[in-house]
Design a protein around this ligand. Structure first.
Ligand SMILES: [Ca+2]
Ligand SMILES: [Ca+2]
Ligand SMILES: [Ca+2]
Ligand SMILES: [Ca+2]
Length: 327
């Protein structure tokens, strides 16, 4: 057994592969996900077949085996430090997916099998992305023709402040429609991903990059040892707490809203007067779930009257509080 195990470890990270749209160089061990060839909503022209992954000291290498026609292929990566749980408001490949568990910090995408319309970007916040510097990209697919979307991403771009001890990635591959559309195919499979509406993602490939916690991507480890498919519990988005600090305000008073929600969401706070006119609106993108948040602002010089404060989560879940302004 021991010589056999030793053999298995050969060819595991560090392994430098050519970013050329071919998966020939990957070992069987680096073929980390196999997805059914017939489980896409769209049928055989829009399928994910598998994911290959390895790394060397400087680069993470990923390769998506896919076919698409008039759809987008996405590979989302969460670095475990930062990112978003809703990618529908991004300035690049916005799609109607929400992520339970890890936040997504990097996105690789292409449209209709064409890398000229694609690339690799870092997700800065719920609206902004920026191209990953020095990313190597290659694609051998065409519209309706199976191929490989392969990328080499510098660790220094995934972890600009250095690889953290115990670094762990989460990845999920998706096929989606056009801007703000959802999807009908994922790898690993996601039981909550239907078609249309918001695509709920809670199952990922988890990759422990630094198991020995020394702040350096590990070498000499089998990918099978450090990868697993994990599912995080999806909690329906709702309010746990919504408190307004006062029932009656005077002009100049600080308004303090205490908020706790079950899942991370975009929060829109609006105030309406008793004529139904909106007199205040403030958007807070990607407010974390399961944490008490305090939002404060100063009451401007409004008229005496009764007002309704409305808080809207992801544009769908709402709650309201009534307050008065006196002079
Ligand atoms: Ca290759
Ligand atoms: Ca598939
Ligand atoms: Ca699938
Ligand atoms: Ca290490």
């Amino acid at each position: 057994m021991i010589p056999f195990l030793a053999l298995l470890l050969i060819g595991s990270p560090y392994h430098t592969v050519a970013v050329d749209g071919s998966v020939e160089e990957y070992t069987a061990d680096e073929w980390v996900l196999t997805d059914p060839p017939d489980d896409s909503y769209w049928g055989s022209n829009n399928e994910l077949y598998g994911l290959y992954l390895t790394w060397d000291r400087d680069y993470l290498y990923v390769a998506v085996d896919y076919v698409v026609q008039n759809n987008a292929v996405l590979l989302l990566i969460g670095n475990g430090i930062e990112g978003v749980r809703n990618i529908n408001n991004l300035d690049w490949y916005p799609r109607n997916f929400q992520f339970t568990g890890p936040r997504m910090s990097h996105i690789l995408a292409l449209w209709n099998g064409d890398l000229n319309t694609g690339g690799a970007r870092k997700i800065l916040d719920s609206q902004h992305t920026q191209p990953i510097g020095n990313a190597e990209l290659a694609n051998s697919g065409y519209s309706g023709q199976r191929g490989i979307f392969e990328a080499g991403i510098p660790w220094s771009e995934i972890y600009p402040d250095g690889v953290p001890a115990g670094a762990t990635l989460h990845l999920v591959g998706l096929i989606a429609g056009g801007d703000h559309a959802s999807g009908g195919e994922s790898m690993p499979d996601n039981a909550l991903l239907g078609f249309g509406g918001t695509g709920l993602i809670n199952t990922y490939l988890k990759v422990v990059v630094d198991q020995n916690q020394d702040g350096v991507p590990d070498s000499g480890r089998s990918l099978a040892e450090v990868t697993e498919v994990v599912t995080y519990e999806h909690r329906p988005l709702k309010f746990r707490q919504l408190l307004l600090n006062q029932k009656v305000f005077r002009p100049g008073d600080e308004v303090r809203l205490t908020l706790e929600i079950t899942e991370s969401a975009d929060v829109l706070v609006e105030i309406f007067n008793d004529q139904g006119q909106r007199v205040y609106a403030q958007r807070y993108p990607d407010v974390p779930g399961q944490e008490v948040q305090t939002l404060t602002w100063t009451q401007p010089d409004w008229n005496t009257g009764i007002y309704i404060l409305q808080v809207l989560l992801n544009g769908v879940v709402r709650d309201r509080r009534t307050f008065a302004v006196v002079r």
